[in-house]
Design a protein around this ligand. Structure first.
Ligand code: FPP
Length: 243
């Protein structure tokens, strides 16, 4: 008899602690339907909410989503505006039904956003900072290289002010200067839509991540697809450089 193992049957030790998602394929999803790209992002935002809920249901502790990269500013203005509107709407919705279990952190350089949006992001981070069931990280105006450069600047300032002994710089110290300070590394990195690139997402934190790719476009990504990724992950032999 064949056993149909599901994620809910898995031991906690087989589950990833931190899953990263690159929400790719929204544009193609819209194009296939003859719709403007922004409709793909709107659908993608619905998938984002469904996946957040499902991750909470199955007990994932940390989830990160690549929502807007430092490179995405090259896109048409109306598409950028549509994506930023989705952030605004999401924050307002979350504020109305604040989920007392989910701590929200925005990764990336928020200084480029208008005052109102930036304050909304900071307020949501502040209001949710003591929630412990799950941590949701949303990367906005985020680039892995940009994050590392910002951390280096920060460390250099400490050195210049004689607050730092060079011998204390190690991986642990440096990790504490990244936007993900205190968050464990990514275990499983999921990229839908058939692309097989990291695209500057959590490059430091994904040093030992297991990658999972699927041809499904992000708006069609579902809890069932996530189950497949997690089951696949549970069969990988992670050696972290050992044997
Ligand atoms: C990449 O797909 C997707 C983006 C650049 C935007 C993702 C943003 C959202 C789904 C909104 C998220 C909302 C919240 C509240 C976090 P693409 O447009 O590059 O797809 P393509 O490769 O098919 O063109």
């Amino acid at each position: 008899m064949a056993y149909n193992i599901t994620v809910k049957d898995m031991l906690p030790s087989q589950m990833p602690v931190h899953i990263g998602f690159i929400m790719d394929g929204n544009g193609r999803w819209a194009k296939k339907r003859g719709l403007p790209r922004k409709f793909g992002h709107r659908e993608g935002a619905k998938t984002f909410e469904k996946i957040v809920d499902y991750c909470k249901e199955i007990g994932i502790k940390y989830i990160s989503f690549y929502a807007f990269s430092t490179e995405n500013w090259k896109r048409p203005k109306d598409e950028i505006e549509a994506i930023i509107d989705l952030f605004r709407k999401y924050i307002d919705d979350v504020r109305e039904h604040i989920d007392k279990d989910v701590k929200v952190i925005f990764l990336g350089d928020k200084s480029v956003f208008d005052d109102v949006l930036r304050k909304k992001m900071l307020k949501l981070e502040e209001d949710s900072k003591d929630f412990t069931t799950m941590t949701l990280l949303i990367a906005v105006n985020y680039g892995g290289r940009d994050e590392i450069i910002r951390a280096v600047r920060n460390v250099a300032i400490q050195y210049k002010n004689n607050q730092l002994d060079i011998s204390s710089i190690n991986e642990d110290f440096f990790g504490k200067h990244l936007d993900t300070s205190g968050i464990p590394d990514v275990d499983l990195l999921i990229r839908p839509s058939g692309e097989m690139r990291l695209s500057n997402f959590l490059i430091w934190q994904s040093a030992y991540a297991e990658f999972y790719y699927t041809n499904v476009l992000w708006p069609d990504f579902s809890p069932k697809e996530l189950d497949k990724a997690i089951l696949d992950y549970s069969k990988r032999g992670r050696r972290f450089g050992g044997v």
